[in-house]
Design a binder for this molecule. Structure first.
Ligand SMILES: NC(=O)c1ccc[n+]([C@@H]2O[C@H](COP(=O)([O-])OP(=O)(O)OC[C@H]3O[C@@H](n4cnc5c(N)ncnc54)[C@H](OP(=O)(O)O)[C@@H]3O)[C@@H](O)[C@H]2O)c1
Length: 382
C-alpha cells in the first residue's frame, strides 16, 4: 500500500511518517512545500527514509500534480498539514477524486458534512479527526461505554490535556475553533440533551493529573456525537490546562494583544519551565436495567509526554486500518473498533502508557484518593 503524507515536516506529520515507516508493507511518500529542507530532515533520520515530493497546498493543483505524477497512484492520502480549516476541504476532494482513501489529523463536523457527498460519489472513504482531540477522545468514550453493559445508565466523566507546547498550525486551529464557536463550552450531555452549567461550577480534577491542573467543562462535537449515538445517560468532559502562563498567553492571543510568533514564544517559555505531560482520563459507571445505582465502574488513563507524536501515530494507525469497503465521510472514532483501538495505544505507540481497570463499583477506589496521587501518575513520570 502506498501512503502520501502531507505536512511531513510538522510536529504531527513527522510522527505519522515514522510510524508508517515501521511497517514493512507500507510505501511512504513524505510531502512538503520546501523539498530541499524535507529531504535534509529525512536523510538525517537515516535508514528507512521515505520518498519525498513537493506539495504546496497554497498552490492550486499541487496535490493533483503529485497524485497524477511522481507520487501517484496512492492508496491513502494522510493529511497532517495545517491548519485544517484552511487546507482540508480541497485536499480531501482531490484525494477522493483520485480514488484514494483520505485520512486527516484535523477536521470538524462541518467538514465531514461537506465531504460526504464527494466521498459517496467517488466510492471512497474520508476519515477526519485522526488524532487525539478529536480522535482518541471519541475513541475513549466509545471504548469505556463498550465495557459497560447498559448505555442508558452509563455516566462518563472525562478529562483531557496537560502541559504541551503549541505548534503554529495548532495555535491557528485553536483560535479559529474558539472564534467559530465550534463545540459546546460550558455544557455537558445528559439524557439526550445538552445542559449549560452555571459559569462558576467547576469540574473536579482527578488525581491522575498534578495538583496544578485546572478543568474547564467543554464538550466537543465528536464526543457529543458519540454520546448521542450511544444513548449515554451523561457525558461530562473537562479540558485540562496545566499551566497558568499558557492560559494567559492563549487569552492574549484571542484578544489579539499578541502576534502568533509572540504567543508561541510565550508558550515555549512556559513549557520549558515545566514538565510537559499529556493525559486522557475517563471514569464510567453503569447500573443494571433501570437502576440508577452504579454497579460497575471502568477507569482508564492514558499518559504520554508528547501529544503531537501521539496524534501522528494515531493518524498512521487510522490510515493502516482496513476500511472493509466503507465509503462516506466519518469521524475516526466512529470508524475504528474503539475498544481494540484504545487498548492498542498501550502496545503500538512508543512513549504511551495505559491504565485500565474494570470492576464492581464498590471495589475500585475513588479516583481522587491521595494514595494514587503519590503513585504511578506523578507529573513528568513519562
Ligand atoms: N486531532 C488532534 O488531536 C490534533 C492534534 C494536533 C494537530 N492536529 C492537526 O494536525 C495538523 C498539523 O498540526 P501540527 O501540530 O503538526 O502543526 P505544525 O507543526 O505547525 O505543522 C504544520 C505542517 O503543515 C505544513 N504546511 C503548512 N502550510 C502548508 C502549505 N501551504 N503547503 C504544504 N504544507 C503546508 C507545514 O509545512 P512547513 O514545515 O513548510 O511550514 C507543516 O509540515 C493541523 O491541522 C492540526 O490541527 C490535530
Amino acid at each position: 500500500m502506498k501512503y502520501l503524507v502531507l505536512g511531513a515536516s510538522g510536529a504531527v506529520g513527522r510522527a505519522c511518517v515514522r510510524t508508517l515507516l515501521g511497517r514493512e508493507d507500507a510505501h511512504v511518500v513524505a510531502a512538503g512545500r520546501n523539498l530541499p529542507r524535507l529531504e535534509r530532515e529525512w536523510r538525517a533520520y537515516g535508514a528507512g527514509s521515505p520518498d519525498t515530493v513537493r506539495v504546496d497546498l497554497d498552490e492550486p493543483g499541487s496535490v493533483d500534480a503529485a497524485l497524477a505524477g511522481p507520487a501517484g497512484p496512492v492508496d491513502v492520502v494522510v493529511n497532517c498539514a495545517g491548519p485544517s480549516y484552511r487546507y482540508s476541504a480541497p485536499t480531501a476532494e482531490t484525494a477522493l477524486r483520485h480514488g484514494a482513501r483520505y485520512v486527516d489529523a484535523g477536521g470538524d463536523q462541518a467538514l465531514i458534512d461537506a465531504t460526504a457527498a464527494a466521498a459517496e460519489k467517488h466510492g471512497a472513504l474520508a476519515v477526519f479527526g485522526a488524532g487525539v482531540q478529536p480522535g482518541l477522545a471519541g475513541v475513549a468514550v466509545r471504548a469505556v461505554a463498550a465495557r459497560l453493559a447498559d448505555p442508558a445508565t452509563t455516566e462518563i466523566h472525562a478529562h483531557c490535556g496537560g502541559v504541551q507546547p503549541l505548534s503554529r498550525a495548532g495555535l491557528d486551529e485553536y483560535l479559529h475553533a474558539v472564534r467559530a464557536r465550534t463545540g459546546h463550552p460550558g455544557k455537558i450531555y445528559q439524557r439526550g440533551a445538552l445542559h449549560t452549567l452555571p459559569p462558576d461550577s467547576g469540574m473536579a480534577v482527578p488525581a491522575a493529573f498534578p495538583g496544578t491542573a485546572r478543568a474547564h467543562v467543554s464538550l466537543d462535537e465528536e464526543c457529543r456525537a458519540a454520546a448521542e449515538e450511544l444513548g449515554l445517560a451523561a457525558l461530562w468532559w473537562g479540558n485540562i490546562t496545566g499551566s497558568v502562563p499558557i492560559e494567559q498567553a492563549l487569552s492574549r492571543a484571542l484578544g489579539q494583544e499578541r502576534t502568533h510568533t509572540e504567543t508561541l514564544r510565550a508558550i515555549d517559555a512556559a513549557v520549558s519551565g515545566a514538565r510537559p505531560y499529556f493525559r486522557i482520563s475517563l471514569q464510567g459507571t453503569a447500573g443494571h436495567g433501570t437502576s440508577r445505582q452504579a454497579t460497575v465502574r471502568v477507569r482508564t488513563v492514558l499518559h504520554c509526554a508528547d501529544s503531537y507524536a501521539l496524534t501522528g501515530a494515531v493518524a498512521a494507525l487510522a490510515a493502516l486500518e482496513d476500511p472493509r469497503g466503507r465509503t462516506g465521510a466519518v469521524w475516526m472514532s466512529e470508524y475504528v473498533d474503539a475498544r481494540r483501538f484504545w487498548d492498542r495505544m498501550a502496545t503500538d505507540v512508543p512513549g504511551v502508557s495505559l491504565v485500565l481497570d474494570t470492576a464492581p463499583a464498590a471495589s475500585l477506589p475513588e479516583p481522587s484518593e491521595p494514595a494514587e496521587k503519590s503513585g504511578q501518575f506523578e507529573e513528568g513520570e513519562l
